[in-house]
Design a protein around this ligand. Structure first.
Ligand SMILES: Cc1ncc(COP(=O)(O)O)c(C=O)c1O
Length: 450
């Protein structure tokens, strides 16, 4: 894996070949088809599980998750009803309970596995609105989120039918956390205008910078104004399992609902996310119904029919691979693996601070650092172009994948270091290469610049 390119994109020849294949009337030998998949499909992808894949939120899936996935797919339990998957549903309950304990939730808590953070956010927000508003109030309900919230929140609110006027985007402070003063002002103004504020979405670990919104103050505001407090921890909630860093997220316990992706930083293959509620009755209250053809599969005391807790009826038993991973590695090792990512981001930050002409734009927060090649004498625009070019050259080279994002109107490079096998040397060599590219690119593009 270490010697492979971090990103390979299929060239035109491969794409044309795949398009031309069509579907035969008579089948072909399995060996040939598998061979083609291995050669043309599996090789042409980004390796988000590569120790030097630092873009987006990487997916350093444990091979144990893969084993759990293969078993789950092979036996294919229907995770929608207890009757069809009693043991798997029981383990889903147990795994969810363990996650709820990590979040500091009380006994009333519960939740379920879903395919990803986007669906998890939608699942939570739709149930939240049902808990907070009557249907006649839906059209005047207002939801609040920060400018740095993940776009899946906006998507979820749109799917729920909220109009632009019902979605209140709150600006961030200098450290790109939700500005709570502006939040409170917006709520007061909206109330005065006769609207019905019902929801605040905070992020525990934003995708851009890894920062954590001021959870405690937002929780206070939600309490005072009786609003639902949702935390999107799709990426960052995993810090809860790190003994060293869990204190950063202690206020997550005050959230009414929490999203936590296991396919990000709990080392699972796709598609494995969770949505957790401090009081599980709100999930069942919104999603359960009573179709006559499912009555034979009605749940008894203590049993759960997960189709009554979320959007899907037919669903795979997504918890099994996480359960298998936790059983096999043990929670101490999982804690160390998460801790490693955060420690590494801090080391990345200090290496960058010692690098002339480079600037740290946002410090290590959880496992993310943003930075920029910013030689003096170049305009901010020229610097933006250089940083984009550095990331493109790195991608072509394939040694590491470091992509850009936009912060405060400028292009910055971003490293998310959650892979437990990434070493300090991996980071050092990546920075050295970026520096070489930066200097070469500066010469190419700004030849008269000394
Ligand atoms: C904070 C946050 N929320 C939600 C999502 C969406 O999760 P998914 O890609 O699993 O749908 C992401 C993805 O990166 C994220 O970082």
């Amino acid at each position: 894996m270490r010697d492979q390119k971090t990103v390979t994109i299929a060239d035109d020849t491969v794409i044309q070949k795949l398009r031309k294949m069509g579907f035969p009337r008579q089948g072909r030998p399995l060996d040939n088809v598998v061979g083609e998949m291995l050669e043309d499909v599996c090789t042409n992808q980004a390796l988000l599980q590569h120790p030097r894949f630092f873009a987006f939120v990487p997916s350093p899936a444990s091979p144990l998750s893969w084993v759990g996935d293969v078993l789950t797919d092979a036996y294919n339990p229907h995770g929608g009803t207890w009757m069809e998957s009693s043991a798997a549903s029981c383990l889903e309950q147990e795994t969810i309970q363990w996650l709820c304990q990590q979040a500091g939730y009380p006994q009333t808590a519960g939740g379920l596995f879903v395919s990803g953070g986007s669906i998890a956010n939608l699942t939570a927000l739709a149930a939240a609105r049902h808990a907070m508003l009557t249907e006649t109030e839906y059209s005047s309900g207002v939801a609040y989120l920060s400018e740095q919230a993940h776009f899946s929140i906006l998507k979820a609110l749109r799917i729920m039918g909220l109009t632009k006027e019902q979605i209140h985007m709150i600006p961030c402070d200098d450290s790109l956390r939700m500005d709570v003063l502006q939040l409170e002002q917006a709520i007061l103004q909206d109330k005065k205008a006769g609207k019905k504020p019902f929801l605040v979405v905070a992020t525990a670990g934003t995708t851009n910078t890894g920062c954590i919104d001021p959870l405690s103050r937002i929780a206070d505001i939600c309490q005072i104004h009786r609003l639902w407090f949702h935390v999107d921890g799709a990426y960052g909630a995993s810090a809860l399992v790190s003994k060293k860093y869990r204190h950063l997220l202690e206020d997550v316990a005050r959230a009414d609902s929490l999203v936590w992706d296991a396919h990000k930083w709990l080392f699972q293959t796709y598609a494995c996310s969770t949505v957790l509620f401090r009081d599980r009755k709100h999930l069942a209250g919104f999603y359960s119904s009573d179709p006559e053809y499912l009555r034979d599969a009605a749940a008894e005391n203590g049993e759960i029919n997960y189709w009554e807790w979320g959007i899907e009826l037919t669903r795979p038993a997504r918890s099994l691979k996480l359960w298998l991973t936790l059983q096999t590695l043990g929670t101490d090792q999982i804690s160390d693996m998460v801790t490693h990512g955060i420690d590494l981001a801090q080391q990345t930050e200090s290496m960058l601070r010692n690098q002339p002409e480079w600037e740290v734009v946002t410090p290590a927060q959880l496992a993310i650092v943003n930075f920029r090649y910013a030689p003096q004498g170049l305009s901010p625009q020229q610097q933006d172009e250089l940083n984009t070019a550095i990331s493109q050259r790195m991608m072509e080279d394939g040694f590491a994948c470091v992509l850009t994002t936009q912060l405060k109107g400028r292009t910055v490079l971003r490293i998310c270091s959650i892979h437990p096998e990434t070493t300090e040397d991996d980071i050092r060599h990546t920075i050295q290469r970026m520096d070489q590219y930066a200097r070469a690119l500066k010469k190419e593009r700004v030849p008269n610049f000394s």
